[in-house]
Design a protein around this ligand. Structure first.
Ligand SMILES: [Zn+2]
Ligand SMILES: [Zn+2]
Length: 179
C-alpha cells in the first residue's frame, strides 16, 4: 500500500498500521477539510472521539488535538464516530463510519485500502452538528494533599472535615507504595 508522509507519520506515532488508525486518519482529514482548518497549535480545534481505539492516535497526530492539551475528549462508547469543532465560529462536524461500507469486506488489507482511498460519504455519514465546547484549559495552582503530601491541582481536590485530599487518597485507590 502506498503511504503518503502524513500516513507514514501517523503509523510511526501509533506503532503500526491498522484499520482503527486508518479510520482515524480518514476521519481527521475529511473533518479538517470540511472545517477548513489546519493542525491545531493551540486549542482552536476540539475533537471528540466516541471510542478509545487506535483511531485516537491518528486524531492526536494529524489534528493536533491531544489529551495533554485538553482539546481532545474521549468518550469510550465503542463507536467509530468523531466530532471536530472550531472554537472561533463554533462550526462542528460529526463523522460516523457507515456500517454498510465495511460489512461485506472481511479482508484486513482491503478494509484499510478502502478507508484510506475513499474519504467521503461513501464510508462516513457526515453531519454538521452543534456541540457545547469544553472550556479552554486554565492554569490552576497546586496545593498539598494532607495525606500523601504531594502537590495536587486545587480544582481536583476533595475536602473532608477541613482537610484537603487528592482524589486517590480520598478514594483510597490502587496506587500504593511497594516498599
Ligand atoms: Zn492500532
Ligand atoms: Zn494524596
Amino acid at each position: 500500500m502506498d503511504m503518503d508522509p502524513e500516513v507514514k507519520g501517523a503509523v510511526k506515532f501509533h506503532g503500526h498500521l491498522c484499520f482503527g488508525l486508518a479510520v482515524g486518519i480518514a476521519a481527521t482529514r475529511l473533518a479538517m477539510e470540511r472545517l477548513a482548518t489546519g493542525k491545531a497549535v493551540g486549542e482552536e480545534v476540539v475533537a471528540i472521539a466516541e471510542n478509545s481505539s487506535c483511531a485516537v492516535d491518528a486524531i492526536q497526530f494529524l489534528a493536533g488535538t491531544t489529551l495533554g492539551r485538553g482539546n481532545l475528549i474521549v468518550n469510550d462508547w465503542g463507536k467509530h464516530a468523531y466530532t471536530f469543532a472550531r472554537r472561533d465560529d463554533g462550526r462542528a462536524v460529526r463523522l460516523s463510519l457507515r456500517y454498510e461500507a465495511f460489512k461485506d469486506i472481511h479482508d484486513r488489507e482491503k478494509r484499510m485500502e478502502k478507508i484510506l482511498s475513499s474519504r467521503g460519504e461513501e464510508v462516513f455519514n457526515i453531519r454538521d452538528v452543534k456541540i457545547e465546547l469544553p472550556p479552554e484549559a486554565e492554569v490552576v495552582s497546586s496545593i498539598q494533599c494532607s495525606s500523601c503530601k504531594e502537590p495536587v491541582m486545587r480544582t481536583r481536590t476533595r475536602t473532608v472535615e477541613g482537610e484537603v485530599y487528592c482524589i486517590p487518597c480520598y478514594e483510597k485507590v490502587y496506587i500504593q507504595p511497594s516498599g
